[in-house]
Design a protein around this ligand. Structure first.
Ligand code: SAM
Length: 229
């Protein structure tokens, strides 16, 4: 089925608001409903890509809570938290760790308008000591009740929407694709529009085909591949 121009316009409108400089790093968050809810919030806020450190050999799994968000927010897997944090720092991100200890400051005192990565910890144990040692700033969402912590997906949503609120208030939330590097914009748009063709290109080691302004593929593809999109 060819992509409908209206669908293509919708994909572009969503990508135009994506932010490559806002992300989450999930350390051993492995309950499918939590992962799903977090990716759904990432999609809603406009996170381009999320990160996860998975327990060895475990693939992230999602459930119906995601409503398909995992298709719209790629989740990059890492083997170790320290390596993931080092890579994010090398990419210019400031690392905010949700570490509920005494050093943590109220998240509302922070400026999340620059490149921001929120590190969220496992449902049971929170952040590992190794990850906590590497963060730039420990933050906490103050709690008034009897229970000491929020569900991790609720914490993620609270922080992400605060980052979006600050960016909108400062007029720096992207609206025309400026939050995504041009090469990544084209690649992401193709993967959203034609996921199966994109898979095939990757397997074949080929560049993605060019698209027309209406989103049609401007290349003759093998019949078997054409039938799948
Ligand atoms: N006993 C764990 C601890 O002390 O960190 C509780 C883990 S909590 C259920 C799971 C994750 O949710 C935390 O690692 C953190 O990322 C996030 N979280 C929960 N409550 C939070 C709060 N009040 N402020 C910031 N993050 C919070």
């Amino acid at each position: 089925m060819p992509l409908l121009p209206r669908r293509y316009e919708r994909l572009k409108a969503v990508l135009d608001r994506r932010m490559g400089d806002l992300t989450v790093l999930l350390e051993h968050v492995d309950k499918p409903h939590n992962l799903s809810a977090i990716l759904r919030s990432c999609d809603a806020v406009g996170v381009l890509e999320a990160h996860a450190v998975c327990l060895q050999g475990r693939l992230p799994t999602f459930n119906s809570t995601a409503l398909g968000s995992q298709k719209w927010v790629p989740l990059k897997r890492h083997d170790r938290a320290d390596e993931a944090i080092a890579a994010l720092k090398a990419g210019g991100f400031r690392i905010y760790g949700t570490h509920l200890g005494a050093r943590a400051i109220d998240y509302r005192r922070c400026d999340f308008t620059g490149p921001t990565a929120f590190v969220l910890g496992a449902e049971k144990w929170g952040l590992s000591e190794a990850a906590a040692a590497q963060i730039d700033q420990a933050i906490v969402i103050p709690m008034q009740g009897m229970v000491q912590s929020l569900n991790v997906s609720v914490a993620a949503a609270t922080l992400l929407f605060e980052a979006l609120r600050q960016r909108e208030a400062r007029g720096c939330a992207p609206t025309r694709g400026e939050g995504v590097a041009p090469e990544r914009y084209g690649r992401q748009l193709f993967e959203w529009a034609y996921p199966e063709v994109a898979d095939w290109c990757r397997r074949e080691g080929r560049a993605y085909p060019q698209l027309s302004p209406e989103g049609a593929i401007l290349e003759d593809l093998p019949r078997g591949v054409r039938m799948r999109h």
